[in-house]
Ligand binder design. Structure first.
Ligand SMILES: O=C(O)C(=O)Cc1ccccc1
Length: 362
């Protein structure tokens, strides 16, 4: 019987997420104790956006997805952090650090030395090449992802008839920033390789599956993880808006001796959380912004139900509320960390375990 196909959802054929998925699931990548299928069982499933990628998990069209979450030069990819929260059925089961090497790619018939004026790419890719682009006086044009920009250039959709998605321009003046692999897939001309501003350009990709993590699973030993393994647990939470609350909440980790490898706060009003049955990536009417206060509690959103604010100012929370994302590096099954996470869950108004997964690197 042929092996059961593993569908790895990725963003657009040739996107870095696809390369990261291939790296993670390659048997030689050594990515921890996560049981991986043989390469032959991996089938890539391109999707037009990161939101659509998570949709594919929720609908079980795909079993896994690789989503970029932070970059060593340009920082956290906030829209993707928001997508994680907006999709309560998606959980993190792995991570991989991918060395991102950008190419400046021109049209298939571009001659070397052609006078490029505009460069199209994902906003994070542009941010990683700011110095290079500014030094050459090139205008940046944001695209949904690197590979989508590469495909559009190959199809002559950027410039050409005197108009591009920036509203002006001739075809020969357009270029994109994407991987060499994307250049090969879409038959583009490699004008220059290694255009990122620093050779230490790494992006951390989360490996995701559908099927949310319950409190018991999330606070214990995660999927594919054995006791004693080096893991990370990622959590999201909100707190009452009172003095010293964040200090008290995080102090539980100091006591447990756990290492916080990432702490990020996100303004609640910027989060487009979804009403039941939709997942908020631009479908319009069904999209809602849910203030994370007791008054707006929705059962399905939290691993631990949202609680009453206990005297904190709900109006202020609505306007200035923050959601915190924390990654805790620990040893799977560590009782001190489990107790610390339980204490944090008890202090939080909203608390969700995003996953416990094998740690990439030391
Ligand atoms: O657009 C892509 O290819 C992505 O996967 C997003 C991205 C952009 C730049 C660096 C890493 C990931």
């Amino acid at each position: 019987m042929p092996p059961r196909a593993l569908l790895g959802a990725t963003c657009e054929a040739g996107a870095y997420s696809e390369s990261a998925a291939l790296q993670f699931f390659s048997p030689s990548s050594g990515g921890g104790p996560l049981r991986k299928p043989p390469d032959a069982a991996i089938q890539l499933l391109p999707t037009p956006s990161f939101g659509a990628m998570l949709d594919a998990l929720t609908s079980a069209t795909a079993t896994h997805a690789a989503m970029p979450i932070e970059n060593s030069l340009a920082g956290t990819i906030h829209p993707n952090l928001d997508l994680l929260l907006a999709n309560p059925n998606v959980s993190i089961v792995g991570e991989t650090d991918f060395r991102v090497r950008h190419c400046l790619l021109g049209a298939p018939d571009a001659a070397p030395g052609v006078a490029i004026k505009r460069v199209h790419s994902h906003y994070m890719a542009l941010a990683q090449c700011t110095g290079y682009l500014a030094g050459r006086g090139l205008t940046q044009v944001v695209a949904a992802d690197t590979a989508g920009a590469a495909r559009a250039l190959s199809l002559g959709q950027l410039g050409g008839d005197g108009k591009d998605d920036a509203g002006s321009g001739l075809r020969g003046e357009e270029a994109v920033i994407a991987s060499r692999r994307a250049g090969d897939i879409y038959g583009l001309t490699v004008l220059e390789e290694g255009v990122e501003d620093d050779a230490g350009n790494y992006t951390r990709f989360l490996i995701l599956t559908g099927g949310g993590v319950g409190v018991s699973r999330g606070l214990g030993v995660g999927w594919g993880v054995g006791g004693g393994d080096a893991v990370k647990t990622s959590v999201a939470f909100t707190l009452r808006n009172v003095a010293g609350e964040l200090f008290r909440a995080l102090s539980v980790f100091a006591v447990s001796g756990a290492d916080l490898t990432k702490v990020e706060s996100r303004h609640v009003a910027t989060l487009r959380l979804l009403s039941e049955g939709s997942n908020g990536h631009g479908d319009g009417a069904s999209e809602v912004i849910v203030p994370l206060t007791a008054a707006a509690a929705t059962g399905g959103m939290a691993s631990v139900p949202v609680r009453d604010g206990g005297g904190s100012n709900e109006e202020a929370e609505r306007r200035w509320g923050y959601i915190f994302y924390v990654d805790v590096a620990h040893v799977a099954g560590d009782e001190g960390v489990r107790i610390a996470l339980m204490a944090l869950a008890n202090a939080a108004l909203f608390f969700r375990v995003l996953g416990t997964y094998p740690r990439c690197g030391p």
